[in-house]
Design a protein around this ligand. Structure first.
Ligand SMILES: Nc1ncnc2c1ncn2[C@@H]1O[C@H](COP(=O)(O)OP(=O)(O)OP(=O)(O)O)[C@@H](O)[C@H]1O
Length: 340
């Protein structure tokens, strides 16, 4: 690891009465990285972000930024800035004044703060809108202003709370690409909360998958996708099948599963076929117990369903139909053992 650690969370915990929102997590985020905190609703990602920002007091643990303990500093003192989901722009202030607001509060002289605000508006391509009120901006434009405003006090780390969730799908993709570009241009660390695995995969150098207030796995998008550590991660990241074998549960990517009309494999029936353009998803269900698990046959075993993602060319060369009986198999090297 050559990269310097920028932000470090040490045994960080947050309890609300008896409810444990964050259960004591440890995480190191390298300087200049794009980190996504990813997980389902209620997993503790927003509480984690708010503790980093100083909007929530930890029950236990530490937040360290560039070697400095910031756990109990006020939000303005810690070198972080937060961009909120709703953008939280002041409706009665112009775009320029919104961006300059935090500097005004700090007593920075007008000429200086406006010059900096104009620089940031230039960065986010919003210079022509400097005199407008937020109500006269589109969602994407408001987001750019919110970003410029968050950058005003030159934070070391930018914190983004579901920054794309208020946008329609088309704009979301466009702004996602812009976030990535701004991150590269600014060279600072971003910590971005999302419940979208697709968003995390597209943006993050470091994907942190959370569940029930704990970190299930932290790694590059590729590591997490290719080697999910737990069943939860495999299912949450998607595009994986969780298969019980005599040696325990394994994850096999759905594009690595093979279906054949005969031969060795787990007997399955085709349940449904979904066309997705370049890929065709074939959903199958176990026919009785998987052959590989004969030794552990259990009459009360739940119904197993899996998905094979085939290229459109492969599928059309030999199409399957609902109701067909097939054998499902996968190369041994594609089965990744999951921790119990
Ligand atoms: N102020 C609060 N008082 C009591 N419980 C809270 C409070 N804030 C959060 N919680 C609880 O802590 C847990 C984690 O919440 P948190 O908002 O961090 O999750 P999240 O992963 O960000 O979810 P979401 O995606 O829905 O925002 C949840 O069970 C939530 O109900």
């Amino acid at each position: 690891m050559s990269a310097r650690t920028d932000l470090e969370l040490v045994s960080l915990a947050k309890h609300f009465g008896d409810a444990v929102a964050v259960a004591g997590i440890d995480l190191k985020i390298a300087s200049g990285s794009y980190c996504c905190l990813l997980g389902p609703s209620g997993c503790g990602k927003t509480s984690t972000l708010r503790m980093i920002a100083g909007h929530e007091t930890p029950t236990a643990g530490h937040v360290v930024l560039a070697g400095r303990e910031i756990t109990h500093l006020s939000p303005a003192e810690r070198g972080t800035a937060m961009m909120f989901q709703s953008y939280a722009l002041f409706p009665h202030l112009t775009v320029l004044d919104n961006v300059a607001f935090s500097a005004r509060m700090k007593g920075v002289a007008r000429a200086e703060r406006e010059a900096r605000a104009r620089e940031l508006l230039e960065l986010v391509a919003m210079t022509p809108y400097a005199a407008r009120l937020p109500a006269a901006l589109s969602g994407g434009q408001q987001q750019r202003v919110a970003l410029a405003r968050a950058l005003m006090m030159r934070p070391r780390v930018l914190l983004l709370d579901e920054p794309l969730s208020a946008l329609d799908p088309f704009l979301r993709l466009k702004m996602r690409a812009e976030l990535k570009r701004w991150h590269q241009e600014l060279g600072m660390s971003f910590v971005h909360v999302t419940h979208s695995q697709e968003e995390a995969m597209a943006l993050a150098d470091l994907v942190v998958v959370m569940n029930h207030g704990r970190i299930e796995q932290a790694g590059s998008a590729r590591e997490v996708f290719e080697r999910p550590r737990t069943e939860f991660v495999a299912r949450f990241i998607g595009a994986h099948n969780v298969i019980e074998t005599p040696a325990g549960k394994v994850a096999v990517r759905s594009d690595r599963v093979r279906l054949g009309f005969d031969g060795e494999g787990v007997p399955v029936t085709v349940q449904a076929i979904e066309y997705q353009g370049a890929q065709v998803q074939v959903h199958v269900q176990a026919l009785g117990e998987p052959r590989a698990a004969d030794d552990a046959a259990d009459d009360e075993a739940p119904v197993h369903t899996w998905t094979a993602a085939l290229s459109d060319a492969d599928f059309h060369a030999r199409p399957f139909e609902p109701g067909q009986r097939l054998a499902m198999r996968w190369p041994e090297a594609e089965a990744h053992a999951l921790e119990a």
